[in-house]
Structures are given as structure tokens and as C-alpha cells.
Ligand binder design. Sequence first.
Ligand code: ATP
Ligand code: MG
Length: 716
Amino acid sequence: AAAPAAGYLAGLNPEQRLAVEATDGPVLVLAGAGTGKTRVLTTRIAHLIATNRAFPSQILSVTFTNKAAREMKERIAHLVGPVAEGMPWLGTFHSISAKLLRRHAELLGLRSDFTILDTDDQIRLMKQVIAAADIDEKRWPGRMLAGFIDSWKNRGLAPKDVPPGEAAVFANGKGGALYLAYQERLKTLNAVDFGDLLLHCLTLFRDNPDVLATYHERFRYILVDEYQDTNTAQYLWLRLLAQGRRNIACVGDDDQSIYGWRGAEVDNILRFEHDFPGATVVRLERNYRSTGHILATASKLIARNEGRLGKTLRTEDVEGEKVTITGAWDSQEEARLIGDEIESLQRNGHNLSEIAILVRISAQMREIEDRFVHLGLPYRVIGGPRFYERAEIRDAMAYLRCVVSPTDDLAFERIVNVPKRGLGDATIQILHNHARASQVSLLQSARMVVESDELKPKARTALRELVEAFGRWSARAEHMPQGELAELVLEESGYTEMWQKDRSADAAGRLENLKELVRSLDEFPDLPAFLEHVSLVMDADSGETAERVSIMTLHGAKGLEFDTVFLPGWEEGLFPNQRALDESGRAGLEEERRLAHVGLTRARKRLKLYFASNRRIHGLWQSSLPSRFIDELPEEHVEVVQAASNYSQGGYGASRFDRMESFGSSYNTPGWQRAQENKAKTGSGGGSGFSDSGGRGFGSGGFGGGRQRGPMLIEG
Ligand code: ATP
Ligand code: MG
């Protein structure tokens, strides 16, 4: 039955084509990066529409991000024309769930105009619930409860389903009751949180078989991208919806599972074959994205992981350029080297939008962004605000602005009740009235108000403390180094503590950003100079340029591809990240390695790795060892590049890193020296993350010894 292939099928290889044309029954495509999994999904949708198997509105298609959903729509439109615009059920798990819930809200005791709470609202509510139960919120913070409840929701557990043992971990056995109380509060408020979107759908489907049946009828075909990162609730959601017609196609790669910390379960891949017996399992082995050296490097690295399903990958592309590894003296030099490299690419006619910098933690972005601003290189930060636009950075800056200029009302208003001090809208109103009447700043009017009896005693005390603190900080500002001052302000204001107590997934990243802010302050002569710099940085981006370098985290880069990829910060403690190692040992290391693998496989033509021997993270200079992942790369596919400064120091080994330390000791920059002195002065050691006593002999037989196979065929 070899009918001539429709145009959209023409470019596919036989396995891809099989995955597209096996329209009925369950399909699982398990394949490595760049093998065309996402392309299979888009073509499959085009095929379903073009062959009249389904209307666009009858296809349910789940992507991992909204950006991915938009791109998929574009690709489908490209294949079959504008009908793709009518794909109402193409989106993320959350967006599709929200849509389903709005239609059936009343069945869950909600109205269809329910609000979706953000994390802040969620925590505020959590605190109220804890207080109402007469539990000491200081001992059992709302953020901690939020963390537990989120993880229960990720696993599809409603209050009644939480195992008693687990419910007991919070507030001496009250965790379960608080979860229930929180859910009831939400219902009264006609609100849901993020986790509820999925959980309520599960309840909806389970309790209302007739409703579920209508969706079995409607969703003729179900497609899922990045399947390896679904959590249990999402898996159950899919299984319920797919039960009817069993036309479900999932594509994924176990080697790219990077959300274990958020509850994703790779086991869902194995469960699929169990729950959908007789599934067509397709393996794609040809990588269309990367050159030979890049693919070989990525494959060799991931081969170190034990818990793999295993796969073969090959490319028919040229070998291309070797992967480069560059050692920098410190993170500033690293940023400089990357900037230089990009300028040289630009001079040679490369498009900036085909260049990406992928970092392990967002705090790494600051130095790179500063460097780019200095060079006038246009960039965009994807999947998050730019460094100085982050909420925590703006909060911290607001404190500093108040210290420098006590008349900065906007800054004062931003932080007067952050962290929460019981200075709510009513208090602010009183301050405003005074300020207007007496023509003074808010801070000054606060000074007056605390002397009167206009405020309730609690608010008055809180405001007095704040006003006095600002007085103290301003006095100190005269003679204290600004980095130290900032640290003190964040500490004494309770701002740092607020994030330390936060159990939400991004809290640790925010703390790292704050440390990075403190660290960056010492690069400026004084605080006003720093604030001036930031306003210029913020302004630098106002013009719209089409071509920009992309900066994002490795997590955010999933599914994307670029001609040139820069991977800075390949150092022990940063990547693999110490926290991942501390929290989940071997499993943590393997997830870090998968993340490294995701990073390496984003590159089409050029891949450039960096490490710095000194990095100040968590506010302290630490010497760092190159990442063990660098050791694990195949020598024949990588090239070690000498940074200019390393040549001049002369101590850097010919082509290996094993003499890093000897070259390190003879090199000094003023910043580094000063930091060392500060460190000695304040005696602050501690800090986690970087270990300078790693004990792992870097370079000792890292390269070489690997079995050599055909250069283009790499087995996992
Ligand atoms: P990831 O695991 O990173 O998400 P993927 O498996 O989804 O990767 P795609 O993004 O679909 O891979 O494809 C990778 C690249 O290869 C894309 O640029 C895509 O257009 C191209 N590609 C895929 N299949 C083919 C093919 N048969 N012929 C030519 N190019 C292809
Ligand atoms: Mg993909």
C-alpha cells in the first residue's frame, strides 16, 4: 500500500515515519536528544488533521512549557496551514487542566471564575491556616507546609490519601489536618493553587465518569512531549484520559530526566508499557542535530550513569569542530573569555540568536550579563527575568536605596512590609497622609508616626524597629565596605531569613542570587556607584534588537537547539551541584549528569565548556576544582584551550589541567586579594557548595583508556 507520501512525511526516516503513521493504539517513542521526537509529534498532528482522523479540536497535546506549545503550533501551521490555529487543547499540563476545570468548576465546589493563587498568596494562606490551628508559625513555617503539600499534590494525593506517617512530619502529626483545612480555605475563597489544577482534574474524572466519558469521546488522540519529566499526578491524569481510546503517543528520553527534584518519575516510562500493553515502541537512533564530536562527547558522558534504559545514537553529520574546554582564572575572566569569543563569532558573520549560554544556577548570569552590557552585546534571559530584575534583587536594592537616599519613597514602600512585619495597607495609608501633610518622605513620616499613638502597638513597635534600623544602617554606610553593609542589612531586616525559611523550589536560587548581589557590590567604589551602574544596566536593554544571545538555565534549555552553546561553570560543587549531591547522593549525581547531557546536546555545531579556578559564590572566594564531568569526556573529541592569562602565568600544564594549582598560587588580582583579606578578617568560613578540599585528583587518568568504537557510532 505504498501510496505516495504526503509532503510533510517526505523528510522523515523510516522509524520516524512509523511513529507518525501508527495512529491508532499506544505509541512510545524512546529516543535520545536531537533524534526528532518533537518533530515526530508535530508531524503526527499534521498527519491526523490532513488524513481527517481528527479535527484540531479533538487532539490533546501536552508540552512542557508555553513557549514549546507556541513553537509547536507554528510548526504544525507550517505543515498543514492555518487550521493549526484552532488547536485549543495544545498546551502545558497546567494550562489544559485550568481550562478543563473552568468548564466543570461546580462539580468541585468552585465557581468557574476561580482564581489561581501564586506562591505568595499560597504561603499567606498557609500561615493563616497554621495560626488558626494554634500552631506556632515560627516553629512550623507556612513555607515548609507549602513544600509538603506541593509534593503530595505532585503525587496525586488528596488530603484523605496522604499516608498517616507522612502527614505526621509537620507540626507533630497535624500535617494532614492542616492540608485539609487549607483545601477548605481555598474552596471558600473560590481559589486553587498550582498543584490543585491537576489534582482537581483527577478528582473530577474519578468522581464523574460521565464527564470523563465525554472527554474520551472528544480527545481522539493524545500526544505528550518530554514524557520523562511527568510526575505521578500528570501520569494519572494522562492515564485517565487515554483509557477510552488508548490513542496515546508519548515521546521522551530517560537520559534527559531533570525534574526528579520536582517529583518527576522516570518510572513512568516503564509504567507506560505496563499500563498500555501492546504499545508500539519506536526507537530513533539518528541524531539530526549535532556534529560528530559533540554527539560523541555527550554520549560518552551519559554512559557513566547506571540507571539507564540504554540506547544507540549516531550522526551522519560531519565530525565538525572539537568540543573546547577552557580554564579561566576566575569567574570574571570566564565572562570575559565568553564575551570575546562571541564578539569574534559575530565578526565572522554568525547570528547572535544562534548562540546560547546555559548556566547551572541563575546567579551565574550576573557576571555574564554585566560583561555583555560592558561590551554592548545584545542578550536576552529566557525563562526568567534578567538578574537585576529578579524580585529578590529588587527587594534587596530597595533596602540599599533607602539607606543611600532616605527620601526614596518607592523603595521604602516596596520593602516596608517585606518580610511581613504587620505593616499592612492601613499603616501605609497613615504614613502617606502624614508625608503629604508635612511634605516629607515616607521614611521621615514613619519617624513621626512612631512617636504618636496613631498605630496599634504591634505595628508601632514593628515600624519603630524598622526606622531605627535604617538610622543604624545609614550611619554604618559611611565606613563599612558596601558588600558587608548589604549583608548586614539583609540579615538584620529579616530578609535573608525569609528566604531561608522558604521551602518552595526556587528559594535556594533566590538566596544564591542575593549572595551574588552582595558579592558584586565589592566591584564598585561605593554604594551610589553601584546603584548608578544598575540603572544603566536596566536601561541598556530598552531598544529592540532582533538578534540577541540567549542566556538561560540548563533546566530551561530542554528541547531547544542552537548552533553555538557556551557552558560556563563546570566546577565541582557548582556542577555537579553540591546541594544535589548532599540531598540525594548517587541519584543526585546522576540527575546532575543528565542535566550536563541536556546541556551538551543543545549544540548543533560548536560547544564550549568553561571552568574557573576561583569563584566567589555564597559571598566567599573559593578555589574550585574542574567538574568531574570534564574528566568524563572523551579525550579524542575535546580540545583544551589555553586562556591568554594562563599562558602569561606559565604554570599551566601543556594540555592538561593537572597543574592548575601550581599556576593558581602565583596569580593575584586586587579583588581576589581583598576578598581573601575580608575572609580572614570576618573569619566567616562555612558556606556550602564549594569545597577546596575535594580530594579528587583532577586530571589523574581522566582522559584516555576509553574503548574506541567507530567514530560515528556511540553506544550507550
Ligand atoms: P530533544 O530530545 O532535545 O527534545 P528531539 O528528539 O525532540 O530533541 P527535534 O528537536 O525534534 O529532536 O529534532 C532535532 C533537530 O533535527 C531539529 O532541527 C529537527 O528539525 C531535525 N530533524 C529531525 N528529524 C529530521 C529528519 N528526518 N530530517 C532532517 N532533519 C530532522
Ligand atoms: Mg524535543
